[in-house]
Structures are given as structure tokens and as C-alpha cells.
Design a protein around this ligand. Structure first.
Ligand SMILES: *Cc1c(COP(=O)(O)O)cnc(C)c1O
Length: 394
């Protein structure tokens, strides 16, 4: 009784790869893009944040789905990531949030990448480059993150640099919120107010921008901050739940599955795994899965994780090894070699969400997604069409 969804997956050389992969549901991503666009007030547009390979989902593949009617811009963290998208012929405007080195800034401009400018030092480098050509930037203000962005005392220098370099076009001014995951947290209101004060200070110094933006996934979902000309959303588009302690989300895009590679019956009192952290207490059926912490299935799931087999939960027993995980399927007597095992996502009527996994590791779903390593092939599902991205030859 493997899931109907899995039955649909057919690809050339079915047996040629290790049967551990993540499925990326491109039509779910499309629906999420449309659902986000439908939430926005008129005139507001989406910046799809696809940094860190779209949180492990595949930046190129998702960028290819970003229709210009729904997405105004794509954001990456690094300039390398932005260039990767340009090399894949992504034509939408791309914002590299930065920081970048001087040499990277030049290369980024050659590739028509919009620069996120986090402070006067970067602005000064860009002002040099802008002696020779027009440069489009999004200027970042620090309203309370203490990380990237110009603080109040930077503004006179920023204004002076911008006045001295008329070829710099400030397309937008933006800031980032620290506590947006909790809509009740008053810090967000403080940040919004500080952002407006900083914008006003710049305006008095003669610096304005056509656009501004500050909302992320959490504030977009909760509606707590719905102002500006753009929202910047990553997790929401991937179907992660961005609000603290809430399961509210759009459709999950990633599903991580493996298979039972081996099954063995062990007598009571038999050890399992490194460190002998688990001993069977009854006649037990132990399944071995071809996935491990090198794939991003955290070692901290040792004796704590659960996976889905035939729509039912099976506990991880013993330590998670680099390449292998052992689970106890004694209570799923019909389990067989070759059965699908779901580490993240739905199977049958149950689901293991990224938030559930994150809670066990005392982290956030963002990190669960990002941790899925490049050893794990990505299968892109688009209706019945499947494409594979893998580091390895098939
Ligand atoms: C990562 C990031 C975002 C997107 O955050 P989500 O919570 O995934 O929506 C937005 N803005 C900046 C500056 C970021 O670094």
C-alpha cells in the first residue's frame, strides 16, 4: 500500500540510483505563488526569496516557475547564487541581498543583478563603480536586527555618497524584521516605526526611492505588516509554517522519501547501531534505510525520530549513522524490503512536517530544509513529468 503519489513516479533507469530522494512538487509551488499573489493589496508584488538553493529545494528549478505576472523579483543571499540563476537564463530582476566583495559587485553588475546595499562601506565601493555606469540598488536600513543595514548614524554619509554618485539609482529602500514570527511581539511595531523614521531622515537629506519593502513570510501570512511595494517571501512559498507555534501554511513543496533496504529479525537483548544506545526488548524486526546524517537526516534523530512506513509511524532506533538509519517495524508486520519510507512529508493519512522535525531538533523548519544535502537527488514533479537533479551520473 505505498502511496498513490509514489506509484506515479517513473523515471529512466528506475533502479539505477539509491532509492533516497526528495520530491519537489512544482505545481504546489505554482499554487503557493498564486495564493500569495492573491493575498496582496493592489500594487504590491512578490520578491521570491530563493537563497540557499531555495532552502534546499532548487533555486533554478523554482525560479523557472516564477511567472512575471506573479513574481516581480527574485532574491538570493550571495552573488554566486544570483549568477547561477542568470546562467540558467532567468530573466526576472534579481536582488542579491549580500554582502558581496568589491570584485563580486562588479561581476554582479555585468550580469544585471540588483545589489542589496547593507551599509556605507558597500555604498562607497558602488559609488566608485557608478562613476562609469548606472547602478541599481536596494538600500538596506537597520531597524533593529543589528546585522545588515544602515543605522541612523550612517545616514549622513549614505546621503552624501548618493548625492556624489547620481548614476546610483535607489530603486528601493528596505529593512528586515527580527520577531515577525510572533505577531503579538511589540518589537515589530517598533521596527516599522524606526524604519519610517530612517526613511524620513533620508528624505530630508534629499534621498528617496520609488519603492520600499519589509514584509517576510510571517507578516505576509499573519497580515501583521502589509505595507510597501514588495513582500520578500521564502518559506511561505515552500509550504513551511512561518508563524511561531502555528501550523498555518500553504502547500508543502518538499517530500523526502527512502525505502527499506534490509529487514532483519533480532532476538530480545540485541544491540543496534554505534554506541549501543538501543537494545531490543522483544523479538524485533529492524529495517535499515539507505539514508544518514551525510544526507542531512540529523544524528540528533537517533532514538528520537519517527518515519512513515505504510502510512504508519515507525521509530528510529539506535544512532543515525552517516549513511544508514535503523527503524523498528515490529509493529508494522507487513513491512517489506522496497517499501517507501517517508522522512519528511505525507504518506497515507499521516504526515511528518518540517516543523515537527524542527521541534525535535530545537531548530526551525528553514534549517531542516537547508540541511538536506547535495547527495540527495531532487526529483521535480510537474504533473506526470519528472526531472531529476543529482550530483551523480545516473
Ligand atoms: C531570507 C530572507 C527573507 C525571506 O524570509 P522568509 O521568512 O523565508 O520569508 C526575506 N528578507 C531577507 C532580508 C532575508 O534574508
Amino acid at each position: 500500500m505505498s502511496t498513490p503519489r509514489n506509484d506515479r513516479i517513473r523515471f529512466p533507469g528506475d533502479d539505477e540510483i539509491r532509492p533516497t530522494w526528495v520530491e519537489i512538487d512544482l505545481s504546489a509551488f505554482d499554487r503557493n505563488l498564486a495564493a500569495v499573489a492573491a493575498k496582496l493589496p493592489p500594487g504590491m508584488r512578490t520578491i521570491a526569496v530563493l537563497k540557499a538553493d531555495a532552502y534546499g529545494h532548487g533555486a533554478v528549478e523554482l525560479a523557472q516557475r516564477c511567472a512575471p505576472e506573479l513574481v516581480g523579483m527574485i532574491a538570493t543571499a550571495t552573488i554566486e547564487e544570483a549568477l547561477e540563476l542568470r546562467r540558467a537564463h532567468i530573466r526576472l530582476p534579481i536582488l542579491a541581498l549580500g554582502p558581496g566583495t568589491r570584485q563580486q559587485l562588479q561581476i554582479a553588475l555585468d550580469a544585471n543583478i540588483t545589489l542589496g546595499v547593507p551599509g556605507p562601506e558597500e555604498l562607497s565601493l558602488i559609488a566608485d563603480i557608478a562613476q562609469e555606469r548606472e547602478v541599481v540598488i536596494h538600500l538596506k536600513l537597520d531597524s533593529g536586527m543589528g546585522r545588515m543595514g544602515c543605522v541612523e548614524s550612517d545616514l549622513p554619509r549614505v546621503a552624501e555618497l548618493l548625492r556624489s554618485a547620481p548614476a546610483i539609482r535607489v530603486e528601493a529602500i528596505y529593512t528586515h524584521l527580527a520577531n515577525a514570527g510572533n505577531p503579538a511581539d511589540p518589537f515589530t511595531k517598533d521596527q516599522v516605526a524606526r524604519f519610517h523614521t530612517l526613511i524620513e531622515t533620508l528624505r530630508e537629506a534629499g534621498i528617496t526611492a520609488e519603492n520600499y519593502h519589509l514584509s517576510n513570510s510571517s507578516t505576509t501570512l499573519s497580515g501583521a505588516v502589509m505595507e510597501g511595494n514588495f513582500i520578500r517571501v521564502g518559506l511561505l512559498l515552500l509550504g513551511g509554517a512561518p508563524l511561531d507555534g502555528s501550523a498555518e501554511r500553504l502547500e508543502p513543496v518538499m517530500r523526502w522519501r527512502s525505502e527499506i533496504a534490509r529487514l532483519k529479525d533480532l532476538p530480545p537483548g540485541h544491540a543496534v547501531g554505534y554506541g549501543t544506545t538501543f537494545f531490543t526488548t522483544r523479538p524485533s524486526r529492524i529495517a535499515t534505510l539507505p539514508v544518514g546524517y551525510a544526507d542531512g537526516y540529523a544524528r540528533a534523530f537517533s532514538n528520537r525520530g519517527e518515519v512513515l512506513v505504510r502510512g504508519r509511524r515507525a521509530p528510529v532506533v539506535g544512532r543515525v549513522s552517516m549513511d544508514l538509519v535503523t527503524i523498528d517495524v515490529t509493529d508494522i508486520p507487513d513491512a517489506q524490503v522496497g517499501d517507501e519510507v517517508v522522512l519528511l512529508g505525507a504518506q497515507g493519512d499521516d504526515e511528518i512536517s518540517a516543523e515537527e522535525l524542527a521541534k525535535k531538533l530545537d531548530t526551525i523548519s528553514y534549517e531542516i530544509f537547508c540541511n538536506v544535502s547535495s547527495r540527495v537527488p531532487r526529483l521535480y514533479l510537474d504533473g506526470d513529468v519528472v526531472r531529476i537533479r543529482s550530483r551523480f551520473e545516473l
